[in-house]
Ligand binder design. Structure first.
Ligand code: FAD
Ligand code: UDP
Length: 366
């Protein structure tokens, strides 16, 4: 029998919608072209038994109690606050920039109260704040911008800070105290048994059927009736009719070091100005796993390849809007997620968007 919903993508968008609809008594068929569930949050044991994130480091953080509680139905949590160091001229400094970063970089001994006036002198006030360059210059000024942001951004996006919308660099705060956590959110935890296990439980429901290794575009001509929830790239759905939406890609270079128990002092080390990769993540910090060796990943940004990041800038927003209008005018299909909504969403934001999409569908008159 035909299911009530076909869901394209078994990542956060698809899996959260699937579970909500199934709990509401609907039948759901989830397909994903990859051979596994969990989308980009997929984790697995590598050949050496270390839990790794195949598609780069995923750290869960949210201020939404609703999202946290919803996911808590499917996982236990391990408390984890992510810390990141950036290597500048051969030395490690906390990023986001905080009191320690400024004092150690410039050989100062500023108190917390003295950091704000110091930054006031260093910064270049910008008004209006439109680009990521405006954000960084406005908060820390040109020297810190060049040391920590300009090179990293050029590598990550293939663009200058001035070519990206403000929201990209605004993800990284500036602090006057010694707080060296990467995120400031209320809830900062990792799924204790991993993301894939959390997804397995989410999708484990008699109303949900999951089929992997199936490309939607290979089967869509055969679909009859029912409602589709699509979480792939929106431009692909419409056959690139208005041209390709830029998505930034990455190559992940995973490495296991059998004789090293700890490779680096924190979960992630950023390399804003050296190397072709942006950062190295050591997974044991994230998972708390005990293992004699360790596994790391280097991220090499790429123009071509699997779509990982929407590229937030005005012309891309404008192109996305044209596709979004087509989506509005397409009955029987709901577009949800980072690729389908072309938004630089974190995991918790995708969960919130998917919960809302499912709620709207459940409320709709049949
Ligand atoms: P996806 O996870 O991309 O899932 C979409 C699924 O649809 C994919 O599995 C894909 O195979 C499938 N699909 C696409 N097209 C088709 C098709 N034609 N047919 C069948 N299936 C199809 N967020 C955080 O909160 N914290 C982090 O630390 C963090 N780190 C990240 C690091 C990296 C390197 C990246 C790339 C992202 C990171 N994110 C992080 C963001 C997070 O990955 C996303 O918010 C989340 O995974 C998006 O879920 P989604 O379901 O929308 O998309
Ligand atoms: N960024 C930077 N230097 C850093 C860290 C971040 O310039 O050391 C900028 C860069 O443009 C990056 C953006 O801030 O793409 C967002 O960083 P985040 O760590 O949130 O990126 P993600 O984890 O999503 O790749």
């Amino acid at each position: 029998m035909q299911p009530d919903y076909l869901i394209v993508g078994a990542g956060f968008s698809g899996a959260v919608c699937a579970r909500e609809l199934a709990d509401a008594g609907k039948t759901v068929h989830v397909i994903d072209k990859r051979p596994h569930i969990a989308g980009n949050a997929y984790d697995e044991l590598d050949a050496h038994g270390v839990l790794i994130h195949t598609y780069g480091p995923h750290i869960f953080h949210t201020n939404s109690k609703k999202v946290f509680e919803w996911l808590s139905r499917f996982t236990d949590w391990r408390f984890y606050e992510h810390r990141v160091l950036a290597v500048v001229e051969g030395k490690h400094y906390p990023i986001p920039i905080n009191r320690t970063t400024i004092n150690s970089l410039y050989g100062l001994n500023l108190s917390e109260e003295e950091v704000a006036p110091w930054l006031e002198k260093a910064r270049q006030p910008r008004d209006p704040i439109k680009t990521s360059e405006d954000v960084v210059l406005n908060s820390v000024g040109p020297d810190l911008c060049d040391k920590f942001f300009r090179g990293y951004t050029r590598k990550q996006w293939g663009l200058d800070l001035s070519e990206l919308s403000a929201g990209v660099a605004a993800r990284i705060p500036t602090r006057t105290n010694d707080d060296d956590r990467y995120f400031g959110d209320t809830f900062q935890f990792m799924p204790a048994q991993g993301y894939t296990e959390m997804f397995r439980r989410m999708l484990d429901h008699p109303n949900i059927k999951v089929e992997l290794g199936v490309d939607y575009f290979a089967v869509r001509d055969r679909l009859k009736g029912g409602h589709t929830i699509y979480s792939g790239p929106i431009d692909a759905f419409f056959g690139y009719q208005h041209g390709k939406l830029p998505y930034r890609s990455l190559r992940f270079d995973h490495e296991h070091l059998a004789d090293v128990s700890q490779y680096q002092p924190v979960g992630t080390v950023n390399y804003p100005n050296d190397h072709d990769y942006t950062r190295i993540t050591e997974f044991k910090h994230l998972s708390g796993q005990q293992h004699a060796g360790t596994s790391i990943v280097r991220e090499y940004p790429q123009a071509e390849g699997d779509p990982y990041y929407p590229v937030p800038r005005p012309e891309n927003e404008a192109l996305y809007k044209r596709y979004a209008e087509m989506a509005e005018a397409t009955p029987g299909v709901t577009f949800v997620g980072r690729l389908a909504q072309y938004r630089y969403y974190n995991m918790d934001q995708v969960v919130a968007a998917a919960l809302k999409a499912a709620e709207d569908l459940i409320k709709r008159p049949a």
